[in-house]
Design a protein around this ligand. Structure first.
Ligand code: SF4
Ligand SMILES: [Zn+2]
Ligand SMILES: [Zn+2]
Length: 313
């Protein structure tokens, strides 16, 4: 049965089971831009003169993030958007570089790239290989996530960015919250927030303007944008706890629409309380000098665990 937009009666492109809204393309696009603007103003994520580094991988989330921030930035000519990409290293890097360069030139934004190899002397494949050969208890995702977090901060700092924008959506946030709960890592749970304050000269403040948008909506929006998306499935994805949680969450949402939003809202209330109780002091890593909540940062711990395991063989 053909359905019509509940706002303007135009032909619909989406029916949101969690809210009952049926929207046409224009009203849907407007609702997405409103969600981004609301997130930015609610958490005071941006200032008029900010230089914003956008973590851009070429996937749907970061493409939507880049394009929406470019659209918003046009109303604030003193601000600036720069796309930054950290490549894991592998056969697909050059193909990906081409697609990303195409998008950044269409959007007319500066694009800075670097690699795991340049920053940490190993590619993701080399890390995964080493971890497998050495029977490391950690999955490639555990190494990759840590390296990416630190690498993006290093890149953003290098280009003197005032903010580092990440394309995390509501699904990503709920998955991370559940993962930390399962691991019993309350300290890390308390740091999952749409705006993470920085430390001048070290940690660039992190913002997540898409934090309140579900993945399904972002997928449709990215298709409507008409920009090329490049995100071949990562060969290590199946190994991750996140993947298991993602599948469980999607099934649960199908059976109980609105669960993702409700889980997110509940977690945000818990995190607010945690933030008041657990102030995490930052310090410089004793090995590499990067900022960390422990004496030695997670990147150095991972690198050392790999070389220790290597020494035992
Ligand atoms: S799925 Fe692949 S890219 Fe994503 S964190 Fe895991 S290893 Fe890294
Ligand atoms: Zn409409
Ligand atoms: Zn370190």
């Amino acid at each position: 049965m053909k359905r019509y937009c509940y706002l303007c009666k135009g032909p619909s492109v989406i029916s949101r089971s969690y809210s009952g809204e049926v929207l046409c393309e224009n009203c849907f696009r407007e609702s997405m831009m409103t969600a981004v603007r609301t997130a930015i103003s609610k958490y005071k994520m941006l200032q008029r003169t900010d230089r914003i580094a956008v973590a851009y991988s070429g996937g749907k989330d970061s493409t939507v993030l880049l394009s929406t921030l470019v659209e918003i930035q046009q109303r604030f000519p003193q601000s600036e958007v720069v796309a930054i990409t950290l490549q894991e290293g592998g056969k697909q890097d050059s193909e990906r570089r081409e697609v990303l360069a195409n998008v950044t030139s269409q959007l007319q934004v500066e694009h800075i790239t670097s690699t795991y190899k340049e920053l940490f002397s190993l590619t993701l494949d080399e890390i995964a290989d080493l971890a497998r050969k050495l029977d490391s208890p950690l999955s490639p995702c555990a190494f990759c996530g840590t390296l990416r977090r630190q690498g993006l901060n290093i890149l953003a700092r290098k280009i003197n960015a005032d903010k580092l924008a990440l394309g995390h959506n509501l699904d990503d946030e709920v998955q991370s919250m559940l993962m930390n709960l399962i691991r019993g890592d309350v300290q890390r749970l308390s740091r999952i927030t749409p705006y993470l304050k920085g430390v001048p000269g070290w940690l660039v403040p992190r913002i997540k303007p898409l934090y309140h948008i579900i993945e399904k909506d972002l997928l449709l929006y990215s298709q409507l944008l008409g920009l090329p998306i490049y995100h071949p499935p990562c060969p290590y994805k199946e190994t991750s706890l996140r993947n298991e949680i993602r599948e469980w969450l999607n099934t649960f949402e199908e059976q109980h629409p609105g669960s993702k939003y409700n889980l997110h809202a509940s977690f945000m209330k818990i995190i607010n309380v945690l933030q008041n109780e657990t102030e995490v002091p930052f310090q410089k890593c004793q090995r590499c000098g990067e900022l960390t909540s422990q004496a030695i940062c997670a990147v150095c711990i991972h690198r050392e665990s790999l070389s220790k395991l290597n020494g035992k063989k």
